[in-house]
Design a protein around this ligand. Structure first.
Ligand SMILES: *[C@@H]1O[C@H](CO)[C@@H](O)[C@H](O)[C@H]1NC(C)=O
Ligand SMILES: *[C@@H]1O[C@H](CO)[C@@H](O)[C@H](O)[C@H]1NC(C)=O
Ligand SMILES: *[C@@H]1O[C@H](CO)[C@@H](O)[C@H](O)[C@H]1NC(C)=O
Ligand SMILES: *[C@@H]1O[C@H](CO)[C@@H](O)[C@H](O)[C@H]1NC(C)=O
Ligand SMILES: *[C@@H]1O[C@H](CO)[C@@H](O)[C@H](O)[C@H]1NC(C)=O
Ligand SMILES: *[C@@H]1O[C@H](CO)[C@@H](O)[C@H](O)[C@H]1NC(C)=O
Ligand SMILES: *[C@@H]1O[C@H](CO)[C@@H](O)[C@H](O)[C@H]1NC(C)=O
Length: 322
């Protein structure tokens, strides 16, 4: 009984709602006011599906217009382990990475260090964060080979555990050195065909070896899939083995935990700077993902020059650089 009498009301309500939403959409589009929430709710797809729905703020409407949907992009976190006092190095690396814009990926470069220890750091680092928001301060005491890497990887699942991010927050997380130059476009290209789980990627040690299943990946820059960061957080194996060369120790965890059935040796796209020549060096060449041991300004300049990083400087009356 009740159902049969309420049906016409329901229909009326639906019709009225429809016109009301249509009305709101018309108002919104006429005034070009961005009623984000309302539009998202009603989608307004019946108005004009190609009008203004393809923008980022309407991420849920991305199916409406085929764009390079960012939800398909590979998400990569590059944590560069450094020290709080390395202000100039960070400034330099921000330029190096801020001027690269790889397609098909979201690459976040962050600087990672342990607890601040000096009064001036509290001001200077806080200012940096206010300006750049690219710093992770872990709960640890600065060290190179006594667990900083463990703290880094094992803290990530909690640090990026927020409901407003997709899962996993990053498909891949990398640990990089601050004397390594990473070419993001090539890094992304090399990752596209690779598995997004159980992956251990980098420059195989020893230098002459090409087999990623024998030893470990060099600390210049190695990358793992998110599930391995979660495993590092949860397993007792890394917890019980913190001391020693961080890259080698990392490889030992992976071996002991029988992780990383997927491995990728990025040699010789990753290598040490050509001078001084060793078994780990390679000439600079176009097919480069990372160059390591850029220990001084000359080496950086030679590398950046080789890769034409300033070739796209836009002409302007404001400056002239021969
Ligand atoms: C939808 O809007 C776009 C641009 O705003 C316009 O080019 C296109 O013709 C419109 N399509 C329809 C079906 O009205
Ligand atoms: C998306 O937004 C940008 C600026 O944020 C604007 O230039 C562009 O026209 C918008 N695209 C559409 C399809 O409305
Ligand atoms: C929007 O997208 C997110 C993740 O892609 C999804 O969880 C959510 O349910 C979507 N919301 C709507 C209203 O479609
Ligand atoms: C989408 O991205 C790919 C590379 O990721 C690029 O080749 C293509 O031109 C892009 N398409 C558009 C429409 O921007
Ligand atoms: C790091 O700092 C936090 C808060 O300032 C403190 O609670 C923690 O004990 C410190 N950790 C170490 C290892 O010193
Ligand atoms: C993430 O947050 C949820 C809800 O607050 C919590 O239950 C879960 O344990 C957290 N996971 C990690 C890895 O911190
Ligand atoms: C840099 O530019 C020069 C001159 O245009 C070109 O010959 C060279 O191949 C470029 N180098 C790289 C690594 O792309």
């Amino acid at each position: 009984m009740k159902a049969s009498t309420s049906r016409p009301h329901q229909r009326q309500f639906i019709v009225w709602s429809f016109f009301f939403i249509l009305f709101l959409c018309v108002i919104a589009s006429i005034n070009e006011v961005r009623f984000d929430g309302l539009l998202k709710f009603g989608r307004c797809t019946f108005l004009n599906s190609s009008s203004h729905l393809s923008n980022d703020s309407f991420s849920n409407a991305s199916h409406v217009v085929a764009t390079n949907s960012s939800s398909e992009d590979i998400r990569i976190l590059i944590g560069i382990l450094t020290l709080p006092d390395q202000y100039h190095r960070r400034h330099f690396l921000r330029m190096i990475y801020g001027t690269q814009s790889p397609t098909g990926a979201q690459v976040d470069v962050k600087f990672v260090f342990c607890n601040l220890t000096k009064e001036d750091q509290k001001v200077l680092v806080a200012l940096e964060i206010m300006r750049y928001d690219d710093i992770i301060i872990l709960n640890c005491k600065e060290n190179m080979n006594k667990g900083k890497t463990y703290t880094y990887f094992s803290s990530l699942p909690e640090i990026f555990n927020t409901s407003d991010r997709p899962y996993p927050p990053y498909h891949y997380v990398m640990k990089g050195d601050d004397d390594t130059y990473i070419r993001l476009e090539n890094l992304v290209k090399s990752l596209v065909p690779l598995p997004r789980e159980d992956l251990y990627y980098g420059y195989v040690i020893p230098c002459r070896s090409m087999d990623p299943f024998v030893d470990y990946m060099s600390g210049m820059g190695y990358l793992v899939s998110w599930d391995i960061a979660e495993w590092i957080r949860d397993s007792d194996i890394p917890k019980n083995h913190l001391e020693g060369p961080e890259d080698k120790v990392f490889g030992a965890w992976i071996r002991e935990g029988r992780r990383a059935k997927n491995r990728y040796n990025a040699k010789w796209s990753m290598y040490n700077f050509p001078v001084p020549r060793t078994a780990c060096t390679h000439e600079l060449w176009a097919d480069t993902i990372a160059v390591h041991l850029l220990k001084n300004q000359e080496k950086w300049i030679e590398t950046l020059t080789y890769f034409n990083v300033t070739a796209n400087l836009k002409p302007s009356k404001l400056y002239h650089i021969p």
